[in-house]
Design a protein around this ligand. Structure first.
Ligand code: AMP
Ligand code: ZN
Length: 108
């Protein structure tokens, strides 16, 4: 998708602050963090929203969860994090390339 900001990151046209890259997902820091750790985990394939998922995307969504787990561990927030996938404008989605937010806080 040529007009998708996250696809431009995957293509290297825009350079995000990358924390993890695998064959299927890219993880980078959110530009407007809402927690001490706030990263976005995106599939490398353009899928607009959760409503566009097909059964064959099950492994890809598992890859997003496993990337979240790995980054949470690396960032020291394994026991203190939240993941969110907003879906649709009224669900709070602003960028229409499916993404998982990982918000984490240091242990108290
Ligand atoms: P959502 O509201 O779930 O669609 O989340 C979109 C997220 O993308 C927001 O938290 C934004 O801060 C973040 N965002 C938008 N543009 C960029 C960018 N260029 N680099 C990093 N994060 C971004
Ligand atoms: Zn895209």
């Amino acid at each position: 998708m040529s007009d998708c900001i996250f696809c431009k990151m995957i293509d290297g046209e825009i350079k995000p602050d990358i924390v993890l890259e695998t064959d299927s997902v890219l993880v980078f820091h959110d530009i407007n963090p809402q927690a001490p750790t706030h990263v976005l985990i995106i599939p490398k394939r353009h899928i607009p929203t959760m409503n566009d998922l097909e059964p064959e995307d099950a492994k890809l969504m598992g890859d997003l969860c496993l990337a979240a787990r790995k980054v949470a561990e690396r960032e020291g927030v394994s026991g203190n994090f939240r993941t969110t996938i907003n879906c649709g404008r009224d669900g709070g989605q602003e960028v229409f390339h499916l993404h998982m937010h990982l918000l984490g806080w240091p242990p108290s």
